[in-house]
Design a protein around this ligand. Sequence first.
Ligand code: ATR
Length: 277
Amino acid sequence: MKTLKLGLIGHPVKHSLSPWIHHQFMKQAGIEGEYHLYSIEPEVFEDKISKLLESGINGFNITVPYKQRIIPFLDELDPDAEKIGAVNTAVYKDGKWIGYNTDGAGYVRALKQVLPADSSTQRVLMLGAGGAARGIYRALVTEGFSYVDIANRTREKAEQLLQLQEPETVTEILTFAEAEEQIKKYDIIIHTTSVGMSPADNEQIVSLSGLKPNAVVSDIVYKPIETKLLRSAKEQEATIHHGHSMLLYQAQYAFEIWSGKQIIIGDLLDRLEQKVT
Ligand code: ATR
């Protein structure tokens, strides 16, 4: 294969770990390539994107705040990206720019590493209903998870996620207080809000008191690596799942789209954890 030209657009992107991750993947796959960071100011987005699309680049990732704004520049969308309404991966293939969303699917791949083989009948509680939650909810229901309840501060936002259901999906919309009352019925709890996202933010969105002994508690926040929610899950002897693995698995899926190569995660998760902490 010729040199693979990749990158990330967003604002800001300076501290992104994606170049490191994709260089590890290229090394493993034996592919020569580059992965550049493109920090684009919102006022010049249209101009910069048009130039990037014609620059000979093979594909790129899209992060905040451009996951929706990129869509009109692409020729086609993968059906799940279209449903989710956000794109984090673009690939140039057969003369067309195609958009995908690997965030949610990557997250579910990561989560499955800590779940038993057949976990699709387990009860899932999702906390939050923002952009990240949309992708995760869609990936959960396409992976066959049948019971996925959603608790969010703003009820209407949670209700919008119901458009992403599959016919067999059962979803109840809850307040945080209701979720807390019923916490013992869930096998998997996924936190997707921005609460707890800075080391100084010692908030926890729901109490986990009374949690099922074998429950899995997952937090997509990866900085700090151990949020208050995860610390409290540990105290309850739950299995905990850290957010940085989502970063790696969404990248693994994006790299498959760009290169057609399967990547083995192996020790990369531990090495990434060292970079995050
Ligand atoms: P992202 O793309 O990271 O998911 P987002 O789309 O802005 O970001 O969504 C943020 C999520 O965090 C939402 O579920 C939001 O709740 P609302 O829908 O009610 O806004 C949630 N969130 C943010 N700050 C919160 C807070 N202080 N308390 C509770 N929920 C909060």
